[in-house]
Design a protein around this ligand. Structure first.
Ligand code: ATR
Length: 291
């Protein structure tokens, strides 16, 4: 007879090798000496439904979902939180006795990062969001729920920004869409208190590596510039923002806080955020090229 059964939490994505979630989630589980393994599994689109089905097993506590499966996973779950429904994507699954509940902890993780790391409360603020993909969608829903005063979505492809703004009309009627290279962006950025980069520009190894998503002279002093890109930990946008005397926040806090909220959903225990930060930073350092 087995007296104890190791429980499991999975990360599903494609690819998953680059993810730092296994490092900081396992560190958090080990902090409480929980008999739980956090395992990354590379899942291609045709296998997704079968893998999600397997999460109903009694030894599985839940899962994280990452790119490119956050949207497609929705169809295979039993229940969704209101936030996940609005965003149309899940990044966390909870297995409650065979019932799979889909959450999106990216949105509250983003707000928590703003508050805990920068002391920034989005209520009543004027915001510019750069990008209109999945990350931007979670950020826009988060900012709407926090009660921002006005919000502009600026994207390279204007139609995508318009589609995002249109589809969130019910929660943010005043949101506007502009093109990233529009002349109007200068004025909009100048009066913003928060600029959030949700594009992949600046990401190490990506097509926009070493670049900034907006002209650096458009960054207003005293605004908070938040870059969701976490590798490198200091992006070209963050460097330019510091130079412009703006405040900066990198992407690692959002990653860790969304993971902390997921950890609390699976385990019912308070996330050991400091332990998680240290493990995430160590994992990122380990993959920096030397020399
Ligand atoms: P995610 O789900 O991580 O947000 P995505 O849906 O692929 O990823 O979105 C990537 C975002 O980065 C998009 O807003 C994209 O702009 P487009 O909609 O015009 O493609 C933006 N992006 C990527 N590379 C870019 C670049 N070189 N310049 C400007 N924006 C870029």
């Amino acid at each position: 007879m087995r007296l104890s059964m190791t429980k499991r939490v999975f990360l599903t994505g494609h690819p998953v090798g680059h993810s730092v979630s296994p490092a900081f989630q396992q560190a958090a589980l080990d902090y409480y000496s929980l008999d739980v393994r956090y395992e990354a599994i590379d899942v291609d689109a045709p296998s997704l439904s079968q893998v999600i089905m397997g999460l109903r097993d009694s030894d599985v506590m839940g899962a994280n979902v990452t790119v490119p499966h956050k949207e497609a996973t929705v169809a295979f779950l039993d229940e969704l939180t209101e936030e996940a429904r609005l965003i149309g994507a899940v990044n966390t699954i909870q297995n409650r006795e065979g019932t799979l509940i889909g959450h999106n902890t990216d949105a509250p993780g983003f707000l928590k990062a703003l508050k805990e790391e920068s002391g920034f409360d989005a209520e009543g603020k004027t915001v510019v969001v750069l990008g209109a993909g999945g990350a931007a969608r979670a950020v826009v829903v988060a900012l709407a729920s926090a009660g921002v005063k006005s919000l502009v979505v600026a994207n390279r492809t204007l139609e995508r920004a318009e589609a995002l703004v249109d589809c969130l009309r019910s929660i943010l009627p005043s949101a506007e869409a502009v093109a990233l290279d529009s002349g109007a962006l200068g004025q909009l950025a100048a009066r913003s208190q928060l600029i959030v980069n949700c594009t992949s520009v600046g990401m190490s190894g990506g097509t926009g590596q070493g670049e900034t998503p907006i002209r650096t002279d458009l960054i207003p002093a005293r605004a908070l510039v938040c870059d969701l890109v976490y590798n490198p930990q200091e992006t070209p946008l963050m460097r330019a923002a510091t130079k412009a005397e703006a405040l900066v926040l990198g992407g690692l806090p959002m990653l860790v806080y969304q993971g902390g909220i997921a950890f609390e959903l699976w385990t019912g225990k308070e996330a050991p955020i400091k332990v998680m930060f240290e493990a995430a930073e160590k994992a990122l350092r380990a993959r920096q090229p030397v020399g």
